[in-house]
Design a protein around this ligand. Structure first.
Ligand SMILES: [Zn+2]
Length: 365
């Protein structure tokens, strides 16, 4: 048995507490009058969309255990102890092979098993239209079919899976139903679905929308566009990249006014340059540049090539954009994404013990 104790103030109530963790699980929370007053305790951040981090690109073949451990250490340093490894559009057999290899690597390490809480498969069943497809390769995109989802389940066993698809793709209704039946979380994204398709997808069991405000063209119809249609849905929980760039501060605030807090979560959508300081990096064969804004661009270009947002910095920026304390937005990057994928989280007995200490300035201690 390995035990740990954390002392500080509960990030929600402000009460001084001591949290006892044994074997990675919170086993007790007690009042602790003499705990340090400038130290807050909060559940570790949970990111359901991580494409790479700390120089490691999960879309590359030939990764080894050390690569995944390096990405894991980088994310943990930045406040995120549990995350979903994300694979983007590829030919379906290629994607499944990649997933199978990554799963074997994860099995070899108890630390990776704790950190990688599941797989987010973003594509290839997405809109191939310019703008909506984002950086995904339209040549590998296709319509989904239930057999593909069965194959995904066969490769992932009983692991947690999130599948992002565009519901206007032919056959989506049956595929969403099958995926939900197999215990997957279905999220919509990279889509120009009509209100009718969005409604169909909700009825079929889709519960999320992937990085609203991205995966869409610069110019859209002012009366009828995907942002308005999603905000008008009944129950989709919407993911936002809270860096102030992928979603403007104005739109970020408006989305928070339009939807109840329980329907918003944050994600870094980070790629290999995630967590890297400003500078030029080579990822695979491509040279990219990370700006001080933690956005990745091709050198000299203005359009985005991905996010390098550190999760803890995402919390800071969200709080700044909304004009509230970081403690008010913390759940959007921890408890809420966890709930979307049926993962236990929170500062309570029985919850995972990935407790983090945070200062008043939202700096990890
Ligand atoms: Zn995307």
């Amino acid at each position: 048995m390995s035990g740990q104790s954390h002392r500080g103030r509960d990030y929600k109530t402000g009460e001084p507490i001591e949290v006892k963790v044994v074997d990675g699980v919170v086993v007790g929370i007690e009042a602790c009058p003499d705990c340090p007053g400038d130290r807050w305790l909060a559940p570790g951040l949970v990111d359901v969309q991580v494409n790479g981090y700390h120089g490691v690109d999960f879309q590359c073949d030939g990764l080894d255990e050390n690569d995944l451990l390096r990405a894991m250490a980088g994310l943990a340093r930045d406040g995120c102890h549990r995350w979903m490894l994300t694979l983007i559009s590829a030919e379906w057999p290629v994607l499944l092979d990649r997933l199978s290899c990554l799963r074997k690597l994860r099995e070899s390490s108890p630390e990776l098993q704790r950190a990688i809480v599941g797989w987010h498969v973003e594509g290839p069943f997405l809109s191939d239209q310019p703008g909506y497809r984002g950086a995904h390769d339209p040549r590998v995109m296709s319509d989904p079919d239930p057999a593909a989802v069965d194959a995904l389940r066969a490769v992932t066993g009983s692991d947690r899976v999130m599948l992002t698809l565009a519901p206007e793709r032919s056959g989506s209704d049956a595929v969403i139903r099958r995926a939900v039946e197999l215990g997957m979380t279905v999220s919509l994204g990279h889509t120009n679905a009509s209100a009718g398709y969005l409604h169909m997808a909700e009825e079929a069991g889709a519960s999320g929308f992937t990085h609203l405000g991205n995966g869409m063209p610069q110019a859209m119809d002012r009366h009828d566009n995907i942002v308005c249609r999603v905000l008008d849905t009944d129950c989709l929980t919407v993911g936002l990249i809270p860096d102030g760039i992928h979603v403007s501060p104005q739109l970020f605030r408006l989305i928070h006014r339009a939807l109840p807090a329980g329907r918003i979560y944050y994600t870094s959508d980070a790629m290999a340059a995630g967590g890297a300081p400003p500078g030029r990096y080579t990822i695979g064969k491509i040279e990219v540049e990370v700006g001080a804004d933690e956005v990745v661009r091709m050198p000299g270009a203005t359009n985005f090539a991905g996010s390098a947002l550190r999760p803890i910095e995402g919390v800071r920026r969200a709080a700044r954009m909304l004009g509230v304390s970081w403690r008010e937005v913390w759940d959007a990057f921890s408890v809420r994404p966890a709930a979307l994928v049926a993962l236990a989280s929170g500062l309570e007995v029985g919850a995972p013990g990935d407790v983090v200490s945070v200062s008043d300035e939202c700096v990890l201690l």
